[in-house]
Design a binder for this molecule. Sequence first.
Ligand code: 5GP
Length: 203
Amino acid sequence: MAEPEHVRATYNDIHDLIKASSEKIAEFKPNMIIAIGGGGFFPARVMRTFLKDASTKRNIPIHAIGLSLYESLPGTTAEQIGNEVIRTQWLGPEIGKTLLGRRALIVDEVDDTRKTLHYALSELKKDVENELQDVPEAERDALRTKFAIFVVHNKLKPKHADLPPDVPYYAGAEVDDLWLDYPWEATDIHEHDRLAAADKAKK
Ligand code: 5GP
């Protein structure tokens, strides 16, 4: 079988997309970033360069979760999705408290089938609801964490999971359903950049 077409993104391409997106994301006023590893780590760090906490003007703390995906068929239910995404790392035991009252931006490198984002958001929301159990009912709404999502690339394709419409969603670029090669995966970054430049010159 022929190798699927690859699209190479360079560090600079990604930096520019993150910078441009940060201007829109600033409106959400995030004061916490949750990076989905491994692909979300580098974008999350770059995003922090362009976003400061709107009230304190300080750097935004980055928390990390690690998720990995099993292959599955289209039309998978939300429950099945939960079984296909494996946690390799999660927030610490006190994180429920840390999440309360926050505006958290979830960051990943690419939204492909959307299963990873769906899983991350629904599990984080469960953590928040668990923590709210100990809070008087009248105070819960004010403390319920607000989430938004940022991905560097969103692939334009039918998704296997939905995201709630009340969660702001930002994508650096909408792209065709091709395989993206990220610079942090390259074993030879100079060759990666050379091929990316050659591809651009062809267009
Ligand atoms: P999902 O299908 O849940 O949206 O994406 C799962 C994960 O698959 C992503 O976080 C990413 O790590 C990986 N992935 C999906 N599409 C691509 C791609 O085009 N290139 C690379 N390098 N990873 C991808």
